[in-house]
Design a binder for this molecule. Sequence first.
Ligand code: NAD
Length: 260
Amino acid sequence: MAMNKVALVTGSTSGIGLATARVLAGHGYDLVVHGLLPAEEGQRLARQMATEFGISTLFSGADLTQPQAIAGLITAAKDTLGGIDILVNNAGIQHTAPLHEFPAQKWDAIIAVNLSSAFHTMQQVLPLMQAKGWGRIINIASVHGLVASVNKAAYVAAKHGLVGLSKVAALENAACGITVNAICPGWVETPLINQQIEDIAKAQNISLEQAKVALITAKQPLPAMAQPSQIGELVHFLCSDAAAGITGASLPIDGAWTAQ
Ligand code: NAD
């Protein structure tokens, strides 16, 4: 019997990563569930998904700011599940402040999690994919990989970097059966943006619901957030044979944000 393909989705304990992991699990991929959760909780989540979808899973709580921890994550995936065929670099964090006040520690943390971690995972996973002559790498960037917004210096720099990194990896591996793409979502309904909604509500003295509408419509012609599973469905398509010719692309799901 052919072995299932194995997918590693970083940051799959929440939001877009969790939804993407569930879409891939639903299609029978074995999974490395990863994110900042206490080990017991993470293992419970991974076991639940294994039972629900009839797949093999592994939980890792590796801190992506630590290259050593990333190496451990890849080794654990190889040893336990037999390799990594699909790598989704999804984990990300946010902090908003004007550049002249941006805390240096927040800059370092955002660059580490949103950009450098993808360099480290790709560096270790590409040789496995090259050996097999097949692989899919999907980097969850953002519209902020394509355009800027105020108060997001580190996030915009990291996401532009991630888009560029994806292109380089696509070029280097185009003849090896490996595709590398970036997905660039606009607003997606996840915990990542709660702080921004709360800040608007406080500043304008309006309800959270009103603040959410204000946040979306300030940027997006389509006045609704995407659902995390909609990002997961595009990830799944990029893993399919139908998408074998899509590589080096930066694909917006942004309600026409970047069409302007
Ligand atoms: P989220 O806050 O719901 O989930 C983030 C995940 O990353 C969690 O699993 C968390 O444990 C993990 N993580 C954070 N720091 C980590 C660290 N140091 N080590 C290991 N894991 C860590 O966020 P989300 O909205 O689902 O975001 C997922 C990705 O999508 C991010 O890269 C984000 O920039 C991007 N994105 C989100 C939106 C949006 O509107 N929500 C829009 C565009 C792009």
